[in-house]
Design a protein around this ligand. Structure first.
Ligand code: IPE
Ligand code: IPE
Ligand code: MG
Length: 255
């Protein structure tokens, strides 16, 4: 009961008119969460899936338009094969198990990352989940799997170079908008808020272009422990920030 009241207290403080349109989360700390409980790392990843469910639910409830979560990086292939295999199976399980709820909550599934190197079963589950949720309009949930910001930029630059080579446009037309439109997040606003759990103070190759002006929020909580109240606390912290985008404080006061 006390918990529910606390959530309501936080909700009451939320300025609905100044919500971030796009939140990005680096869901970190699953392994440590499990190890502290003398459990295999896989148990941490499972618990992390439940935390994701809570985060998605809260974002759709309060009216966040886009939630982008980092689930597996291009660097995570360096982990032991059994952990990589478990994560791929868990991802399939999440996609298959979540579609009904996503349709209920009006959530469309998006994907960030390179499809190359992903197992066929993952690609199939992904395609099915995307197809089945394509008409939903309340919120976009982007899952970043086999995603790296540098890889994304390399793929974008390659696609632009091919267009130049084929005479579709000239190098002079390459600007920030053109690059943004060639990224996996094409068409979406940049995340105003980027959250990382587990106390690590780095972005680990996540959205390196799009996060140029994101407000960063670091939580010491491990991802499976990060609950709706923690997410609301992060959003409230964001609402207290002074975003100047290069201008002076005096200029901001006049606007
Ligand atoms: C985040 O948790 C999930 C993935 C990177 C797949 P970790 O697995 O990195 O957990 P820690 O950082 O080892 O505790
Ligand atoms: C970042 O976490 C990637 C995901 C959360 C999917 P990592 O645990 O892989 O990052 P590092 O290795 O601590 O930088
Ligand atoms: Mg980690």
């Amino acid at each position: 009961m006390a918990k529910a009241e606390q959530l309501n207290d936080l909700l009451a403080r939320l300025d609905k008119k100044r919500l971030p349109a796009h939140i990005a989360i680096i869901m970190d700390g699953n392994g440590r969460w499990a190890t502290r409980r003398h459990l295999p790392r896989s148990a941490g990843h499972k618990a992390g899936m439940e935390a994701l469910r809570q985060a998605v639910e809260l974002c759709s409830e309060i009216g966040i338009h886009i939630l982008t979560v980092y689930a597996f990086s291009t660097e995570n292939w360096r982990r032991p094969a059994d952990e990589v295999g478990f994560l791929m199976r868990l991802f399939i399980q999440y996609l298959e198990g979540e579609v009904a709820l996503m349709n209920e909550q009006g959530i469309r599934l998006g994907f960030l990352g390179s499809r190359e190197a992903l197992p066929a079963a993952v690609l199939l589950a992904l395609a099915q989940a995307q197809k089945s949720t394509a008409q939903n309009e309340r919120m976009l949930l982007n899952i970043a799997v086999n995603y790296g910001g540098r890889d994304e930029l390399a793929r974008a630059i390659r696609s632009l170079a091919l267009k130049v080579r084929d005479g579709q446009f000239s190098p002079e037309h390459i600007n920030e908008q053109v690059i943004g439109a060639a990224l996996d997040t094409a068409g979406a606003p940049d995340p105003e808020l980027m959250i990382r759990t587990s106390g690590e103070l780095r972005i680990s190759n996540f959205l390196i272009w799009q996060a140029a002006y994101s407000e960063l929020y670091f939580s010491d909580k491990l991802w499976p422990d990060f609950n709706k109240r923690d997410l609301l606390t992060a959003i409230l912290d964001f609402q207290g920030r002074n975003r100047r985008f290069g201008r002076t404080e005096q200029q901001m006061a006049k606007d």
